[in-house]
Ligand binder design. Sequence first.
Ligand code: IPM
Ligand code: MG
Length: 375
Amino acid sequence: MSDQYSLLILPGDGIGPEVMAEVVKVIGWFESNRGMSFDVNQDLVGGAAYDAHGVPLADATMDKAQSVDAVLLGAVGGPKYDVLDFSVKPERGLLRLRKEMDLFANLRPAQCFDALADFSSLKREVVAGLDILIVRELTSGVYFGEPRGIHADDNNPDNEGGRVGINTQRYTSGEIRRVARSAFELARRRGNRVCSMEKANVMESGILWREEVQWVHDNEYPDVELSHMYADNGAMQLVRRPQQFDVIVTDNLFGDVLSDAAAMLTGSLGMLPSASLGAKMANGRPKAMYEPVHGSAPDIAGEGKANPIACILSFAMALRYSFDQGDAAAELERAVERVLAKGVRTADLMGPEGGTPVSTVQMGDHIIAALSQGV
Ligand code: IPM
Ligand code: MG
């Protein structure tokens, strides 16, 4: 009997639908060639959902997301929606999925494919062979902390403009411990080193973060090497000598910033996948959503130029983390690597020497062809 997996595909906005169409082709390939069977449902998120329903994520879509084995998301947002009230902005749809599915561990690998080492803004020798994993806490911290809002700053005559904007960085020890465990577990399957980043020099939440990560280490993972770093130093070290890191664990906001920096080390934001994982469901699989790290890129949307690799590699992560198909995931990653090694490039991967970029669809076709050819 073949394995049957349920997937909810949310292409979203901008280049989301274009890159997701290539993932759908890849899914079809695994069905035809590897005896897998996917029960695929498509729905709307972000601006596309707002246009149809007046909200960036309909309740019915949220219900579907809760019931499937995995969600694949393209990208959300676009300039058209900048004027919307904060509560219905496209990004709120994404944040609602993360929060209600309780996807607390966001895995953002930054791997530098050898064929792309020259595309990095850093020197080849600094990035060649780079393989780090950022584990970002995704459901708490300043993204969700209360109180929050923009208020009149009553009784403060010295405040020109008269308003105050508030967000709250708040972490419980339980929230820190669970994401720390994810990081230590992942480190054991890689280089066995974790570097935890916070700002314990200025933030109490940072002190708690450091203490709790250390506690989890000392009590449960003493075999893993743990170090701590202030997040600003971490940003500097990431561009100075990124190879010193194996797994980085950090909070929601620092993780957002540091993962964009780490992503660019590898040459293009168009390359990086991510997995957002929560607690195990009754079937033993974790709650999960997979999405590229890049955004909706409205400037090139609809032009067929977007690089579908980040989204395709996100599906590879789904194969690995949701479906226990590590061999299939590696097969797909190798296919991508071979296509890049042949010099096939989308526009974002064009070096100064130029050449003719392939389209989104052509890149997808090349990857399918490489899968069919095998190693
Ligand atoms: C990301 C994005 C999101 C975030 C936005 C789109 C809300 O930047 O996934 O990194 O800030 O988390
Ligand atoms: Mg971000």
